[in-house]
Design a protein around this ligand. Structure first.
Ligand code: C2O
Ligand code: CU
Length: 572
C-alpha cells in the first residue's frame, strides 16, 4: 500500500507552540432576553452572545468551526489582521462552509486586546445573534493598565429577524429587564470591554454616577482619556476603566448616537451591600444625555506604532454617498456599489493614505467604516504623527457635523484582497463595500496576491466546495488544490490527527500516517487549480465520518515538496 509520507515517522513531532484548540458550533436556537421573552436566533454554541474566546498573545488559536445552520457561513475575526485565508469572507478568503460542514481556523500572531467575531458576506447573518468576543491578553500582563475586575459588554439591536415578536436592544444578550448586575466593591477598578455588535445602531454608552477612563480603542492601548460617555460605532470597541468610588446601584446605559436622550438598553453596576432596586430601564443618566463624549482627536497610542508619513506611497479617496440603482437607492463608495466596484490597488510595503468624506447629511448617514486585515492610523489626533491611535473601524459622521471626514494611513503588510466596508448592515447590503487589492505575488508561488487564498505563504491550499449536497452519500463533488500552475499535486484522504506534526521543511502533516492513501494526482492548470472529482460511496455506514484532506505539491523551490493546508469534510 502506498504511504503518504514515509519519512513522517522520523520527523520530530513538534507542534506549533502553545496551540489552544476550541470548537465553535453555529446552529439555530432560542435565547431568553428577559424573563418570559424568548427569541428565535442563530447562535454560536447555543448562546447569545456566543462563548467568548480567550487566549494569550503568542498562542495559536485553532478553532474547529462547525456549521449546523441551514445555510453556508464563515467566521470573520473582526479587527485581527489575520492572513487572508483565515479572514472568513466568502469567496475572497475561501468558499463558505456548507451546512453540516466544518473549517479549521488557525489564528497565529493575534493582537492583544478586545476583538469580536461574526459571519460575513451573508449579510443577513449579521442580525441573527451570531456574534461573540475574542479577547487576547497581552503576553506581558503589565502591558495592561491595572484593574481589579473586568466585564465584557456586547451591545446589540434585536430586529426580530426570524420571527417571534420581540424587538429591542440587548446588553450581553438580555434586555434591560433581563440584566444580571455587574457586582463591584467600593475601591475597585472596573474594566469594561465595550463592543458594538449591532446590525444598524451606533451607540453612546455611559455609566451613571461615574466618569470612565478610556484605555483601549479597537483593542489597542491608548493614553488614558477621562470622559463621561463614549460613542461606539458598529464594530468598534473601547475598553474603559471605572473607579468604583460612588456606592449605589447604577445604570450602564446605551442610547443611539442620534438621540442621547433615550436609553435603549441598560445594564446594572451594583456595589456589594447596596440593596436598593435597580435603576428604571428608562432612566437617562446625565452622563448619557449631556456628558463629555470621547472624540477621536483625543486618542494617542500608548505603545510605539508606525508613525504617520508625510509622503504616503498612495493617496486614495473614499467618498461615501448614495445613488439610484435599478432596484432602489444604493450606498456607494466613490460612486460605486458592490459588487460593481473598481479595486483599490496597492503594493506590499506601501503606506496608503485614505480620506473618508461623507457627502450626505442626516441621521441615516453614520458610516462605521471597517477595513479587513489592516489597521487605520488616524491623522489629526492627540498622538500627532508619532503616536497615532490604531483602529480598525472608524465612525464617519454625517456631512455638516464634526467628524464627517477622517484621514487615515494604512501600512500594507498583509497581502491579499481585502474588504473595506461600512459595518451598518443595510448600507453593506446596499453596496457600501470596496475591495483593496495587492499588486504582485508576494510569496512568489505563481499566483497573484489578488487571487491567492494564501498570498503570504507559498504552499498548496485545499479548497472544498460550499454546496452541502456534495457531501451526501452517493453524491459527486470536486475538491481542488490551489497551487503553482504547472506543478503536480497529490491529494490524500484520511483520518485527521488531533494536532499536526511538523515535518520540516515540508510543512505540517495532518493525516494519520497509517490510514491515508493517495486519492489522485493532478497537474495544476494555468488558473492555479488542480481539481479532483470524487463520488462518495452510497454506504449509510459512512454517514458521520469526518474525512481529512491534505495535498502534497511539487515545487521548484529547494524543498521540492510542500504539504498543503488541512481541511476536513463530514459525510451525510
Ligand atoms: Cu466586522 Cu467586514 O466586518
Ligand atoms: Cu454606512
Amino acid at each position: 500500500m502506498h504511504r503518504f509520507l514515509p519519512c513522517l515517522l522520523l520527523a520530530a513531532g513538534s507542534v506549533a507552540a502553545q496551540a489552544v484548540d476550541v470548537t465553535v458550533t453555529a446552529a439555530p436556537g432560542t435565547a431568553t432576553v428577559e424573563p418570559g421573552v424568548t427569541v428565535n436566533a442563530w447562535l454560536y454554541d447555543g448562546l447569545l452572545p456566543g462563548t467568548p474566546l480567550r487566549v494569550t498573545q503568542g498562542q495559536t488559536l485553532r478553532v474547529r468551526f462547525r456549521n449546523q445552520l441551514p445555510e453556508a457561513t464563515m467566521i470573520h475575526w473582526h479587527g485581527q489582521p489575520v492572513p487572508l485565508g483565515m479572514d472568513g469572507v466568502p469567496d475572497i478568503s475561501r468558499p463558505s462552509v456548507a451546512p453540516g460542514q466544518e473549517f479549521l481556523y488557525e489564528l497565529t500572531h493575534l493582537e492583544p486586546g478586545t476583538y469580536w467575531f461574526h459571519p460575513h458576506g451573508h449579510e443577513a447573518q449579521l442580525d441573527v445573534g451570531l456574534a461573540s468576543a475574542l479577547i487576547v491578553d497581552p503576553a506581558n500582563p503589565t502591558d495592561d493598565p491595572p484593574f481589579d475586575v473586568e466585564h465584557t459588554v456586547l451591545l446589540d439591536d434585536w430586529n426580530d429577524p426570524l420571527g417571534g415578536g420581540w424587538t429591542g436592544h440587548l446588553l450581553n444578550g438580555r434586555s434591560s429587564n433581563g440584566q444580571v448586575p455587574i457586582d463591584v466593591q467600593a475601591g475597585q477598578r472596573l474594566r469594561l470591554r465595550l463592543i458594538n455588535v449591532a446590525a444598524v445602531t451606533n451607540y453612546v454608552v455611559a455609566l451613571d454616577g461615574h466618569p470612565m477612563t478610556v484605555t483601549h480603542a479597537d483593542g489597542g492601548r491608548v493614553q488614558p482619556v477621562a470622559v463621561q460617555a463614549v460613542p461606539l460605532g458598529i464594530g468598534e470597541r473601547y475598553d474603559v476603566i471605572v473607579d468604583c468610588n460612588n456606592p449605589g446601584v447604577w445604570s450602564l446605559a446605551a442610547a443611539s448616537i442620534t438621540n442621547r436622550n433615550a436609553t435603549l438598553v441598560r445594564g446594572i453596576v451594583r456595589y456589594v451591600g447596596q440593596a436598593q432596586p435597580p435603576p428604571a430601564p428608562g432612566l437617562v443618566p446625565a452622563n448619557l444625555a449631556t456628558g463629555s463624549l470621547l472624540g477621536y482627536a483625543q486618542l494617542a497610542s500608548y505603545f510605539p506604532v508606525r508613525p504617520i508619513t508625510p509622503a504616503p506611497d498612495r493617496t486614495l479617496p473614499a467618498a461615501l454617498g448614495m445613488q439610484m440603482g435599478p432596484g432602489g437607492a444604493l450606498n456607494t463608495i466613490n460612486g460605486e456599489a458592490w459588487p460593481n466596484v473598481t479595486p483599490m490597488q496597492v503594493a506590499l510595503g506601501d503606506d496608503v493614505q485614505m480620506t473618508f468624506t461623507n457627502t450626505l447629511m442626516g441621521n441615516g448617514q453614520y458610516h462605521p467604516m471597517h477595513v479587513h486585515g489592516h489597521f487605520f492610523r488616524l491623522l489629526g489626533t492627540a498622538g500627532g504623527t508619532l503616536a497615532p491611535p490604531r483602529k480598525d473601524t472608524i465612525l464617519i459622521r454625517p456631512l455638516g457635523q464634526a467628524g464627517s471626514t477622517a484621514t487615515v494611513q494604512m501600512h500594507m503588510d498583509n497581502p491579499g484582497r481585502w474588504l473595506l466596508h461600512c459595518h451598518h448592515m443595510m448600507h453593506m447590503m446596499n453596496g457600501m463595500m470596496a475591495v483593496v487589492e495587492y499588486l504582485g505575488d508576494s510569496d512568489g508561488d505563481g499566483l497573484p496576491d489578488r487571487s491567492d487564498y494564501e498570498p503570504d505563504r507559498a504552499l498548496p491550499v485545499v479548497v472544498v466546495q460550499d454546496d452541502a449536497a456534495r457531501f451526501v452519500i452517493g453524491a459527486a463533488g470536486v475538491i481542488s488544490a490551489q497551487w503553482t500552475p504547472g506543478q503536480i499535486v497529490a491529494l490524500y484522504f484520511g483520518a485527521p490527527l488531533p494536532a499536526p506534526f511538523a515535518w520540516p521543511p515540508f510543512g505540517d502533516v495532518w493525516l494519520d500516517p497509517l490510514q491515508h492513501a493517495p486519492f489522485g494526482l493532478g497537474l495544476v492548470a494555468p488558473n492555479g487549480s488542480a481539481d479532483f472529482a470524487y463520488v462518495l460511496p452510497n454506504d449509510p455506514q459512512q454517514i458521520g465520518q469526518r474525512i481529512g484532506l491534505q495535498a502534497l505539491g511539487t515545487t521548484p523551490l529547494p524543498a521540492g515538496l510542500l504539504t498543503s493546508t488541512f481541511q476536513a469534510f463530514v459525510v451525510h
